[in-house]
Design a protein around this ligand. Structure first.
Ligand code: TYD
Length: 213
C-alpha cells in the first residue's frame, strides 16, 4: 500500500508518520518511509537547492520542475521497487504538495501541473492520502518556536499558505476516495487512532480482495 501525508508546514505530519510506522510494524507489516523532496542521493541534492534561503531568485516554474525531478527519481529508485517487493511505503508529501504549493500557492496552471505529474510519478497514485489540516494561524504560531529554523519555502507569507490550504481542501473534495482530511488541532493520539482505523480498514479490504477463494 502506498500512503501519503499532506498538509501545510508544521501540521504535525512527521509525528503521525512515525506513529503509523510503529503501528504497522507492530502489526507485522514491512514499511519504508520516504520524504519529499529527497529520499535518494540525487533527490537530496535537489532538496538542498530547493530549500536554500540564498535561492530567493528561484523562478516558480524552476521550483516546480525541481520538485518533480526529485519525485521522479524517488519513485523509480525507491518507491516502485519497495511496493513491488510487498513493502508498504509512507511518503511525507507527494505530488499533491506540488498541486497545492506550486499550483494553488504560486499560481501555476493546474492542468499543466497535472500533465507533468503523470510523467514524474510514473503513473503511481497513492492508495490513501492523509491531509492533516491546521489553520494557517496555528502553523505560524508553531513556527515561531525558538528551536525552529525556517527554510526558503517556509519563509513565504500567510496569503501563500491560505491559498495552499484552500488548494488542499479542493483536492480532498476532488479525490474523495483516497483523501482523508483530518483535523490537525485534535490531540496527537486521537489523530493517530483515526489514521490507524483508516489504514487497517484499507489493509483488511485489500487482504480480502487478494485472498484466493
Ligand atoms: P520540509 O522541511 O520537508 O517540510 P515539511 O516537514 O513541512 O514537509 O520542506 C519541504 C517544503 O517544500 C515544504 O515547505 C513544502 C514544500 N513543497 C512544495 O512546495 N512542493 C512540493 O512538491 C513538495 C514535495 C514540497
Amino acid at each position: 500500500m502506498f500512503i501519503t501525508f499532506e498538509g501545510i508546514d508544521f501540521s504535525g505530519k512527521s509525528t503521525q508518520i512515525r506513529l503509523l510506522e510503529t503501528r504497522l510494524r507492530t502489526n507485522g507489516e514491512r514499511v519504508r518511509l520516504v520524504r519529499e523532496p529527497g529520499g535518494t542521493e540525487i533527490s537530496e541534492k535537489i532538496r538542498s537547492i530547493l530549500l536554500d534561503r540564498a535561492h530567493d531568485a528561484m523562478d516558480d516554474v524552476t521550483e516546480f520542475l525541481l520538485f518533480s525531478a526529485s519525485r521522479s527519481q524517488l519513485v523509480q529508485e525507491e518507491i516502485l521497487p519497495a511496493l513491488a517487493s510487498g513493502v508498504h511505503v509512507i511518503a511525507d508529501r507527494f505530488h499533491d504538495s506540488s498541486t497545492a504549493y506550486q499550483g494553488f500557492g504560486r499560481g501555476l496552471d493546474i492542468e499543466a501541473i497535472k500533465a507533468v505529474h503523470r510523467i514524474a510519478t510514473h503513473g503511481l497514485v497513492p492508495d490513501l492520502t492523509f491531509f492533516i489540516d491546521i489553520p494557517v494561524d496555528a502553523s505560524f504560531e508553531r513556527r515561531s518556536k525558538p528551536d525552529r529554523t525556517i527554510d526558503r519555502m517556509e519563509a513565504a507569507d500567510r496569503a501563500f499558505f491560505e491559498r495552499i490550504r484552500d488548494g488542499y481542501l479542493r483536492l480532498a473534495e476532488e479525490h474523495a476516495f483516497r483523501f482523508i482530511r483530518i483535523d490537525g488541532m485534535l490531540a496527537v493520539d486521537v489523530i493517530a487512532d483515526m489514521i490507524w482505523t483508516a489504514v487497517s480498514n484499507r489493509l483488511s479490504s485489500t487482504d480480502a480482495t487478494n485472498a484466493t477463494p
